[in-house]
Design a protein around this ligand. Structure first.
Ligand SMILES: Cc1cc2nc3c(=O)[nH]c(=O)nc-3n(C[C@H](O)[C@H](O)[C@H](O)COP(=O)(O)OP(=O)(O)OC[C@H]3O[C@@H](n4cnc5c(N)ncnc54)[C@H](O)[C@@H]3O)c2cc1C
Length: 687
């Protein structure tokens, strides 16, 4: 039987992650890779990560980004960018490539976009065009420094962190002359602010400290505004040392036109069009995806160095002759060494599939969101609250649409009308995106960090040295920051507690189960049946916990009851990652034959990936089964199986267990494939 010949290359990835027809994205990937494996790898190898201070060597990264065009990745064509349309997939691919070598370098690239994101998502057209185009490096002949930014939400203890509402940063009116634009006094202290060494502007979250300003907002602060712009002390971080992080202290006066998204004046009061909370929700929804992908990149980057290490180990000794199993396979003679590496690979693979699916989804959602705003503006539905109420009404249409979509005897005219309705489409995709984004941030980074430790362990003592090939020790530590910044795991779990319970998402999950059953019939062996069974068990448990009570009669499914909702949130992530991977492998199977490079060796590659899908589905199902049983029985004090639906639960659980038939054999096969796969003689970046 054919199996894996080589590690998947660019052509394979372009198909799986759906950018085979996007030359612009392929170019961005190549640019990022060239920088990662030369400038960045050299800095890491030279020990430049050893200092907390920003320095000229670290600044080489920014120069390389400028020269390659990557600094402009986030900009529209008219602002000096080179990618047309939404850029979520583009930024995700770039972050993935950079993090393949070093997470700090990837953060350096992302942080500039994060600083612009509030302006990009909610800024006025003037703010957008001004700041986005000034952040583009100057074309030849133009003499100016590119503007760089920082995003300042987090504040010194005991203020903003996970809780984004406790702001010590304040805005008040400094001067407001009749008929003139108000001048604002802004006080902001930041903690752990990335890019702060060289930021020329800061997008800062501040609360109102003046009855003439109605709500909190975000403001743009420039280094040359009148007042104090102190970059503050460097953060003594142990990770991501190739990015700049400081605790700035800022006290400036700025014109009110710097309020992001603008404002109106009502009865002598400045009313910002967006509160800081509304802006950061829109920002993080997008920027968290590349962060999730950074950790997945590290896991996948570990495969080649670990295989090389394993094969070359224990070749010494007179009795070990070339051609002998010990000489050729080294540590790979041991089943455990093969299988643990496979687990690392499968985790990286599922995380990447989930993250790139989320990024693509936001690329579709972005223009739809703008259309939604236009439609509401035409209808006179203004303000977030009124929009939310209007969208809740659309939800019923979405549910009707989902209900009809699986039926052959439907009212075709009504179905077509719903399908063509942009608001229906928006609500549907938004509910999916609201789960995929936090799931990718939570699972890819959190479980990814755990699996990165596993990768480190496969290198023995070498793993925890600085010269470990592939910089795996650094990557393990760095993964913890990816799990923390832009909202640590608790934030993502809280978010999922709400979004995964939405009726639209639950209905969509039902659709996915049916699709997986179809996949199982047409393409058995991928674990689709197992995944569908795990989804059924999760959905049953979720529903059960909505009405179940603990022994004191208190509700179980409740935002404050993290012991119930957080494990369910973790479980849903396992389901999503496994599903995304299956879909990507189906794509590879379908489109691979059309690409001559991929077609060569495709049979073996697909059969390997089919087994990887099954391994991951089994792992996901195991996790889901454990979480569900724990929650269903764990609060059922002293009552054993005596609860409503006990029989149904047992049936679903048994169905799940039985669907695991063959999963371990698939794991044996896939792990064995790692012993035969060809790898290059040496890693393509320096040590
Ligand atoms: C290197 C680095 C760079 C950064 N860059 C930036 C930047 O550019 N801009 C910026 O604004 N911020 C930045 N941050 C800040 C980062 O986003 C925060 O550290 C992060 O969001 C968590 O906030 P905190 O550290 O204050 O944790 P805390 O709020 O103190 O939370 C600590 C822990 O308590 C638990 N917890 C807290 N609240 C809850 C809750 N309600 N429910 C359950 N559990 C809870 C969680 O386990 C959480 O991880 C950066 C941080 C670092 C380390």
């Amino acid at each position: 039987m054919e199996t894996l010949r080589t590690l998947p290359g660019d052509d394979v990835r372009q198909i799986m992650w759906r950018f085979a027809d996007r030359f612009d994205l392929q170019m961005a990937v190549q640019s990022a890779r060239a920088i990662a494996r030369s400038v960045v790898a050299r800095l890491v190898a030279d020990g430049v990560r050893h200092s907390h201070e920003w320095n000229d060597r670290k600044a080489e990264i920014l120069e390389a980004f400028d020269a390659s065009g990557l600094t402009a990745i986030y900009m529209d064509l008219e602002q000096g960018g080179f990618i047309d349309g939404p850029k979520n997939l583009a930024m995700s691919l770039v972050a993935f490539e950079l993090a393949w070598v070093d997470g700090g370098a990837a953060t350096c690239s992302l942080a500039g976009c994060l600083a612009l994101a509030p302006i990009h998502e909610r800024g006025t057209p003037e703010q957008r065009n001004y700041y986005m185009s000034r952040c583009v490096p100057p074309p030849p002949g133009e003499d100016r420094e590119p503007l760089r930014g920082a995003f300042a939400l987090t504040e010194p203890i005991p203020y903003v962190g996970v809780d984004t509402g406790i702001l010590v940063g304040k805005v008040s009116v400094a001067e407001w002359n009749d008929g003139a634009e108000p001048v604002l006094q802004v006080e902001k202290r930041g903690r752990f602010i990335t890019n702060m060494d060289f930021a020329g502007f800061v997008t800062a979250a501040v609360d109102t400290n003046d009855e003439r300003i109605k709500t909190s907002c975000m403001v743009i602060l420039e280094e040359n505004d009148p007042g104090l712009f102190d970059r503050g002390a460097p953060t003594l971080k142990m990770v991501h040392q190739l990015s700049s992080t400081r605790d700035p202290v800022i006290s400036l006066t700025v014109p009110a036109s710097r309020i992001i998204g603008g404002y109106t004046v009502e009865d002598g009061v400045i009313v910002p069009n967006y509160s800081h909370g509304e802006i950061i929700a829109a920002v993080f929804n997008r920027t968290r995806i590349p962060v999730g992908l950074m950790t997945s990149a590290k896991l996948l980057s570990a495969i080649e160095p670990v295989i090389r290490y394993q094969r070359g180990r224990f070749r010494g000794g007179d009795a070990v002759l070339p051609g002998s199993p010990r000489y050729e396979l080294g540590l790979q003679m041991n089943e455990d060494a093969q299988q643990r590496l496979l687990d690392v690979w499968a985790t990286g693979e599922a995380g990447a599939s989930l993250g790139f699916e989320a990024a693509r989804l936001f690329d579709v959602l972005d223009p739809l969101e703008r259309r939604k705003d236009e439609i509401f503006a035409e209808q006179g539905v203004v303000g977030m609250r009124r929009q939310m109420t209007a969208l809740r009404k659309v939800q019923n249409d979405v549910l009707e649409y989902l209900e009809m979509s699986g039926k052959s005897d439907r009212d075709e005219e009504r179905f077509k009308a719903l399908e063509a309705d942009e608001l229906v489409r928006y609500v549907l995709l938004d509910s999916e995106a609201g789960v995929l984004c936090p799931a990718c941030k939570l699972w890819n980074t959190g479980y990814g960090a755990t699996m990165m430790r596993e990768a480190v362990s496969l290198m023995g003592g070498y793993g925890i040295t600085e010269d470990c090939p592939g910089f795996l020790g650094h990557k393990w530590m760095d993964a913890q920051l990816e799990a923390t910044y832009e909202g640590p795991e608790a934030v993502q779990r809280r978010h999922l507690t709400v979004t995964m319970a939405s009726p639209v998402f639950l209905a969509r999950l039902g659709q996915w189960m049916e699709e997986l059953e179809d996949i199982e019939s047409n393409r058995p062996g991928m674990g689709a049946q197992t995944l569908a069974a795990a989804m059924r068990l999760w959905r049953w448990t979720h529903k059960h916990l909505q009405k179940a009570k603990d022994s004191e009669g208190k509700r179980l499914y409740h935002g404050k009851r993290h012991g119930v909702t957080f494990p369910l949130a973790d479980a849903v992530c396992w389901l999503l990652g496994s599903r995304s991977l299956i879909l990507d492998v189906l794509e590879l199977r379908e489109k691979g034959p059309l690409n001559p490079v991929v077609a060569e060796g495709l049979e073996g590659l697909v059969s390997f990936y089919t087994d990887v899908c099954r391994v991951q589905a089994a792992r996901a199902a195991g996790e889901v089964g454990r979480v569900c049983a724990d929650l269903v029985f764990g609060y059922n004090d002293g009552a054993g199986q005596n609860f409503e639906g006990a029989e149904e639960f047992s049936r679903l659980r048994l169905e799940l267990d039985a669907s695991l038939a063959g999963a371990r054999s698939a794991k044996d096969r896939a792990a064995k494939a790692l012993t035969g796969v060809m790898i290059p003689e040496a890693l393509d970046y320096p040590l």
